[in-house]
Each structure stands twice: as C-alpha cells, then as structure tokens.
Design a protein around this ligand. Structure first.
Ligand SMILES: *[C@@H]1O[C@H](CO)[C@@H](O)[C@H](O)[C@H]1NC(C)=O
Ligand SMILES: *[C@@H]1O[C@H](CO)[C@@H](O)[C@H](O)[C@H]1NC(C)=O
Ligand SMILES: *[C@@H]1O[C@H](CO)[C@@H](O)[C@H](O)[C@H]1NC(C)=O
Ligand SMILES: *[C@@H]1O[C@H](CO)[C@@H](O)[C@H](O)[C@H]1NC(C)=O
Ligand SMILES: *[C@@H]1O[C@H](CO)[C@@H](O)[C@H](O)[C@H]1NC(C)=O
Ligand SMILES: *[C@@H]1O[C@H](CO)[C@@H](O)[C@H](O)[C@H]1NC(C)=O
Length: 371
C-alpha cells in the first residue's frame, strides 16, 4: 500500500546548495516592510530553523524528539488520525525516496456559493496549466455543490473528478464549512493517494506567461510551498483562543507574518507529514483549536488604526494554524517555504462565470437523449 511509501529524506546534498540572500533583508521580523519575492528561489536551502529539525531532515526517522505543540491535548483527534492513516505515515521502514511526479495533482473544493468561481477556475486551468500539462489531474471536492446535475455538469466542464467530502466521517464541527477545518482533512486524504499535490482555492488563477514549473521544483525540494501573506502579522489574524489552545505566547507572533492557505504545494514526505500536516490536522479535528466558539469574529480583518497590531483582531482558521506551525518551524527562514502571489498567478476572489449556454445544451443533449 502506498501509505508506507512516504519517506523522503532531504539529502545532505541539499544542504550544500548556496543559500541565496533574501531580497529585502530579514522578512520574518517585520511584516510592514516586506520586500517583493521576485527572485528565482531555486537552489535555496529549505531547512527549518531548529538544529534538531535540521537533524531530523538529515537523518529521517532516527531522531524524533521534537514536538511542535508540547502538552497540547489532541486526544479527541486520535481516532480520526488513525482513520486518516497517520499511524502509518510514521512508518520508517521504507527509506527510499518515493516517486515524485513532475506535476502535482491539482486539488480544490467548492460549496454551492463558490460554484461559479469553480467554473471560472476550470476555464482558466484549461487555457493555462492544461495547455502545458495535458495529463494534469484535477480533483474538486464537493462541499455542498447541490444537486447531482450541477455536479455532473461541473465534472464534465472541468474534465475532473468530483468527490464528495466525507463530512460524516469527521467530528460534527467539521460540517461548519466556514470553519475551514475540512481543508487540512482534504489535503491528508489526497496525500494518502498522491505523493505530490497542489491545493488551490477556487479563486486562484494562472497565466500562460507565468510558468509554474519553478514553483513545482521548489516544492519538490522544500516539501512545502505556501502562498505568502505580505500584509498581516500572525498575532492579528489568529483567534487568541487558538493561541491558548496551542499553548502559544501571543507576543511571540507580534512580528510574524501570516501565510495564505488558499494556494499551496505539498509533497508527501516524512518531514511534511510528521512536522506540518500532523499538527495541522490534529488541530482541525479538535473543536476549540482551529475552529473555536468565537469563530464569528472571523469576518474580514480591519485595522482600527494603521500600524497598530491588535492581537486576535480576526481569525483565519486553517491559515492561522498553518501560520503558527510554519513560523515555529522555520523562524527567520520562513521565506524559504513561501512564494509570492504575482509570480505564478493571482488570487482573484469572486472571479466567476456561468457554464456557457452552448456547453449546457450539448451536455443535456448527450445525457438526456430525446426519445
Ligand atoms: C514591490 O513591488 C511593487 C510593484 O511592483 C512596488 O510598487 C513596490 O515598491 C515594491 N516593494 C518593494 C519593497 O520593493
Ligand atoms: C474532548 O471531547 C470531550 C467530549 O466532547 C470534551 O468534553 C473535551 O473538552 C474535549 N477535550 C479537548 C481537549 O478538546
Ligand atoms: C497501516 O499499515 C498496515 C500494514 O501495512 C495495514 O494493515 C493497515 O491497514 C494500515 N492502516 C491504515 C489505517 O491504513
Ligand atoms: C477542459 O479540459 C478537460 C481536460 O482536457 C476537458 O475534459 C474539458 O472538456 C475541458 N473543458 C472545456 C470547457 O474546454
Ligand atoms: C510571553 O512572552 C513575553 C515576552 O517574552 C513574556 O514577557 C511573557 O511573560 C510571556 N507570557 C507568558 C504567559 O508566558
Ligand atoms: C516587533 O518589531 C518592532 C519593530 O521592528 C519592534 O520594535 C518590537 O520590539 C518587536 N516586537 C516583538 C514582540 O518582537
């Protein structure tokens, strides 16, 4: 079973690559004055900041003494973690590097209010990535698209697989789609099947003139590439209850940039699974961690005064927790695992289109032949 084929060791040779200067200086420290990440980041070292973690990447399973969230109670998640196969992810018996395809499987998800955005996403994918990667696999998770007709039309239009998200297999709070706890769960379900995936929210748009190959390459080396969030400090965009649940000191995140969770590339490697995905998913599965009872504060962030950072001003769920995890793992090396929005595409929230009329007519002709 492919579950056991997850071990990828970033070889020592990676650590011998030259470490490029990051334009704009230490971007970790000061989110107000970030430089633009325009350089080609190929060849950057992707190690995390703690010597222990660096050892871990070098040695694989042999050192296993770093816990990101010590003393955090995730026992309520453990049943589901087993269902998701996390027990087997830590199987260290398979040491060879898994086969990593050049192009990731594209994964997205939509509920009914993002249907037209998903249509526009597929229209965009066909005229960009699919032109170059004709065999590219696209999977859209149905988070409540509506009737099967709408689902079948989208499936045909996108040339994709549509899977129903198994809400009933998870704790009740996951059903609150506005809590985004489903996203880490989709990502772990996908990584059980595929070794290399790219998550895109339905608002992500690509551009023929912005090749994504360097992004894929970086993700293969670094095991994770996450969209950068240049404007917000993590302390502002994370519910204080989440910080408390994870036993974090909010002052540690005063100057830490948040990340964006709408676009990311992930590699099934032991490091990614154990150090990033596992805590992320554990938190998603535990009510009060990623989704708290103050989640209604999550409406858009608006600073009362420019340049004043208010702890817990708003909450971004899966994004906030991914931000904490990456900040703790990578510290001042955070930019190694981030990419800038405009380099490989764009976030175009609300960019939508209806299924074209001629497509609908053809669809109904084929599926409902007249007698
Ligand atoms: C980043 O790029 C934008 C647009 O190209 C430019 O206006 C801005 O000055 C740049 N910022 C820095 C810090 O270089
Ligand atoms: C675990 O679930 C039980 C029952 O729902 C709940 O009372 C308890 O507070 C939960 N514990 C944590 C740490 O989430
Ligand atoms: C884990 O691996 C074992 C042995 O390979 C297998 O029998 C078991 O079904 C797997 N568990 C899960 C949850 O996939
Ligand atoms: C998009 O591309 C897929 C895969 O080639 C294809 O199945 C689908 O019909 C295309 N959709 C449109 C609207 O061209
Ligand atoms: C959080 O960190 C700050 C600065 O390091 C420290 O002064 C404060 O006591 C810490 N708070 C807690 C609850 O540990
Ligand atoms: C955050 O950065 C500012 C400006 O660089 C600095 O004055 C402040 O002490 C920093 N705060 C923390 C908690 O590190």
């Amino acid at each position: 079973m492919t579950l056991t084929l997850i071990l990828l060791l970033v070889s020592r040779t990676l650590h011998n690559l030259p470490l490029l200067d990051i334009k704009g200086g230490n971007l970790f420290g000061n989110p107000w004055h970030r430089g633009n990440l325009t350089e080609d980041l190929k060849g950057r070292i992707c190690y995390a900041s703690s010597p222990k973690i660096k050892d871990q990447i070098d040695l694989g399973c042999e050192t296993n003494d770093f816990e990101l969230f010590q003393n955090v109670d995730f026992t309520n998640a453990s049943y589901y973690m087993e269902y998701l196969g996390f027990k087997n992810y830590s199987d260290c018996s398979v040491k060879q590097r898994p086969f990593v395809p050049d192009v990731p499987v594209i994964v997205s998800g939509a509920s009914s209010n993002h249907y037209e955005e998903a249509v526009a996403m597929c229209n965009n994918l066909n005229s960009t990535l699919r032109k170059k990667y004709t065999d590219m696999k696209l999977i859209i998770f149905d988070l409540g698209i509506g009737d099967s007709d709408r689902r079948d039309i989208l499936k045909k239009y996108c040339g994709c697989e549509i899977r129903k998200f198994p809400f009933s297999s998870f704790p009740r709070h996951v059903k609150n789609v506005k809590g985004y706890t489903w996203k880490p769960l989709i990502i772990s379900l996908m990584l059980k099947e595929f070794s290399f995936i790219m998550w895109i929210d339905t608002s992500i748009r690509f551009d023929l003139n912005k090749p994504t190959y360097p992004l894929f390459k970086k993700a293969q080396i670094c095991q994770i590439q996450q969209l950068m969030e240049p404007d917000w400090a993590l302390v502002e965009t994370c519910d204080i209850k989440t910080m408390e649940f994870l036993k974090q000191n909010i002052t540690d995140f005063m100057n830490t940039t948040d990340v964006e969770a709408g676009w990311a590339v992930y590699l099934r490697s032991e490091f990614f699974i154990e150090r990033i995905l596992k805590p992320w998913v554990s938190c998603a599965l535990t009510y009060g961690c990623m989704l708290t009872d103050t989640y209604s504060y999550a409406v858009g962030c608006n600073r009362p005064k420019p340049n004043v950072r208010t702890p817990g001003l708003c909450h971004r769920f899966e994004q906030s927790v991914m931000g904490i995890i990456l900040a703790k793992l990578y510290k001042e090396k955070l930019d190694n695992v981030l990419f800038g929005e405009k380099i490989y595409g764009d976030v175009q929230r609300g960019h939508s289109m209806a299924i074209p009329e001629d497509f609908l007519q053809k669809f109904h002709k084929i599926t409902v032949p007249s007698r």
